[in-house]
Design a protein around this ligand. Structure first.
Ligand code: HEC
Length: 131
């Protein structure tokens, strides 16, 4: 009987310990671990989106709508999924980057191929993160 009690305590303690270490290493939103950006997509973001859409951006509206740096860590999973759908939508409609901005910096415009790549990525990511 004593052995059983001892065993239970050890097993239970182990369980608690495991749980704690899991929370620790996986942060608060374990599903956000599924969020991945391949290099070719990251290159497009860096060139054409990130400047206005990050936590330190001077573009208050852009920052509020989307901060790329919060996608992996910061936004809750449901929010990341919502942002991804918005990203897909603005790209489908060719709304981003804003036209005014492109008039000044035409080299930041996405080519049709880049738009396709990014749309496909956003769609795939939504699927993966909703599983
Ligand atoms: C010159 C700054 C600028 C750049 C570059 C830019 N955006 Fe935006 N973005 C904005 C602003 C400003 C808004 C808010 C527009 C509004 O509220 O009408 C916005 C809004 C958005 C939204 C939210 C749309 C919605 O329905 O609310 C998404 C998603 C988005 N941008 C994605 C992107 C992506 C993807 C890129 C790169 C391909 C990009 N943006 C590049 C300034 C920028």
């Amino acid at each position: 009987m004593k052995k059983l009690v001892l065993f239970s305590i050890i097993a239970f303690g182990g369980l608690i310990f495991m749980n704690f270490s899991r929370i620790d290493s996986k942060s608060v939103n374990p599903k956000n671990d599924k969020y991945e950006v391949p290099e070719n997509v990251q290159a497009i973001i860096d060139r054409s989106c990130f400047g206005c859409h990050n936590s330190d951006s001077k573009n208050e509206k852009g920052k509020k709508k989307l901060s790329w740096d919060l996608m992996k860590k910061g936004y809750k999973t449901y929010k990341v999924i919502a942002k991804l759908s918005e990203i897909e939508e603005v790209l489908q409609k060719n709304e981003m980057p804003p036209e005014k901005f492109l008039a000044k910096y035409p080299d930041k415009k996405l080519s049709d191929e880049e738009r396709e790549i990014m749309i496909k990525w956003a769609q795939d990511m939504v699927k993966k993160m909703s599983e």
